[in-house]
Design a protein around this ligand. Structure first.
Ligand SMILES: [Zn+2]
Length: 166
């Protein structure tokens, strides 16, 4: 099990472990049965691991598309400020950086990330992407589940699509 980089969720009954994430988001670092992510010798809460992965991805995208020899302390400092002080979700910072680097929005130095997160063009694209994800999920749920009796469904999907198409 520990040979694999990702061995998924622990089975019920295995010993609860301590979350290794330095910015653990939980009051207790103890991870309940069945909710730990096991990576190498370390265990993480699922949401802690997702955040850790997103931060690693931000740094990977930065090295690949912006600067392959960044000053890591500076880059990490800016990322930490955005996520742990300002409160942006790590996934959102990652999405913004990906969008910027694939849509010709220039960024050269880590403090540029502060400006990036306030960029209105990217904010608009992010909102549209969120709406699209919600609409897709609605469609998926509609196609795969039957509404329980007495459940009044007001379709949001077409509303979103209409907005997007205009
Ligand atoms: Zn944790």
């Amino acid at each position: 099990m520990s040979q694999q980089a990702w061995s998924g969720i622990l089975d019920k009954g295995e010993i609860a472990m301590k979350c290794r994430y330095g910015h653990c988001k939980h009051d207790s670092k103890d991870i309940p049965d069945g909710e730990a992510v096991h990576v190498g010798n370390a265990y993480y809460h699922q949401d802690c691991y997702r955040e850790k992965q997103s931060i690693d991805d931000i740094i990977a995208v930065w090295c690949e598309r912006v600067d392959d020899k960044p000053i890591y302390g500076e880059l990490r400092g800016v990322i930490n400020n955005l996520i742990f002080k300002t409160g942006y979700p790590a996934e959102k910072v990652l999405w913004y950086l990906r969008w910027a680097t694939t849509h010709g929005i220039g960024i050269k130095h880590p403090p540029g990330l502060y400006w990036l997160m306030k960029n209105e063009k990217i904010a608009k694209a992010w909102e549209d992407a969120q709406k699209k994800t919600i609409a897709d999920n609605w469609e998926f749920e509609l196609a795969n589940t039957e509404a329980p009796s007495g459940f009044e469904y007001k379709p949001q999907t077409t509303g979103f699509k209409r907005i997007i198409k205009r």
